[in-house]
Design a protein around this ligand. Structure first.
Ligand code: ADP
Ligand code: MG
Length: 310
């Protein structure tokens, strides 16, 4: 649906985007992560035809951003970083205005605004002036205007920045609902959000792509494997350590007393495979009484920090 190929953008001598390539499949929800200044907004502005590339190409639905800007914009809904709203307009009038701008016939405005109001939870505020709305509601109006012409692709630049935790959950649910039907690229700083709503994640740092994969893949590949906590009841600790050392796939990172009843081992393994069933069977064979068996993975925040810090 979107193909970014060897894309570079310079502002004067600064390379804001430095030779990045990626493809977004139809129906995919792609999370675009990176620290401030990484080049996320610049990339989105090029995909949406607001800025021309310095080098490289972007194809949207097979169309070239250098040539087919109008046709591309008809297929896109864009929510920029700073939601552009006419604050002195009433929500309904603003959405009708945007519908007209996007070429919807006047006879369809009422129906379409009704659909957007339902999807974005705007039913109670259609008659209110935008400057009287909270930030969360303004963001919903921004989403509604981005989708009013029913585009198959949505580009959302930090749609939840500045919202409170309840509003973040609401917008996240909304994006999930939208993502079932549309291709979405979403930039954000909020990592749990990516985990909750994205099929795939790109991490960009200083204009370069540093990671591309599903949230689970990224966590598995950058955690250096997995950590497992294994609790065993007293009476076996010395032999447990010996058996584990000789077992193969795990190393003992530490062992500590778990209250007075047992020992808690922290194990490391350099594999993505789930070792818990194997450990369970090992415990049964050896006659150990398990008190705990838990697998930890590095979270996306660890991955993000590892790839973009310093
Ligand atoms: P992000 O959205 O990831 O925070 P941006 O794409 O906004 O990053 O910015 C990438 C880099 O390009 C930053 O160093 C920023 O200062 C610079 N930049 C962005 N827009 C402009 C502009 N219009 N003129 C000059 N430099 C810019
Ligand atoms: Mg930005």
């Amino acid at each position: 649906m979107i193909e970014v190929r060897d894309l570079t953008k310079t502002y004067g001598s600064e390379r804001a985007v430095d030779d990045i390539s990626f493809v977004v499949q139809p129906g995919e929800v792609l999370g675009f992560l990176g620290p401030n200044g990484a080049g996320k907004s610049t990339t989105m502005k090029i995909i949406t035809c607001y800025l021309p590339p310095t080098a490289g190409t972007v194809l949207v639905d097979g169309l070239d951003v250098r040539r087919d800007t109008l046709a591309i914009r008809q297929r896109l809904g864009y929510l920029p970083e700073h939601t552009p709203l006419y604050l002195d307009m009433v929500v309904y009038d603003y959405l009708a205005f945007m519908a007209a701008m996007r070429g919807l016939p006047a006879s369809e405005h009422r129906r379409r605004i009704g659909e957007m109001a339902e999807l974005c939870g705007l039913q109670g505020v259609l008659g209110k002036r935008i400057d009287t709305l909270s930030k969360g509601y303004r963001q919903r109006v921004g989403l509604a205007q981005a989708m009013i012409h029913n585009p198959p692709i949505l580009i959302l630049d930090e749609p939840t920045t500045g919202l409170d935790p309840n509003q973040i959950v609401e917008i996240r649910e909304l994006i999930k609902a939208i993502g079932r039907e549309k291709t979405v690229i979403l930039s954000t700083h909020i990592l749990p959000e990516v985990q909750a709503s994205c099929d795939r994640v790109l991490i960009i740092n200083k204009g370069k792509l540093v990671a591309d994969g599903t949230p689970d893949d990224l966590q598995a590949s950058f955690s250096g494997g997995q950590r497992i906590r294994l609790g065993v009841q007293n009476g076996h600790a010395a032999s447990v350590a010996e058996v584990l050392e000789n077992w193969g796939p795990v190393q003992i990172v530490e062992s500590q007393q778990d209250g007075d009843s047992g020992t808690l081992f922290t194990l490391r393994a350099d594999t993505k495979d789930d070792l818990r069933p194997h450990l369970f069977r090992l415990a049964v064979e050896q006659g150990w009484t398990l008190t705990e068996l838990h697998r930890d993975q590095a979270n996306l925040e660890d991955v993000f920090r590892q790839l973009t810090a310093g």
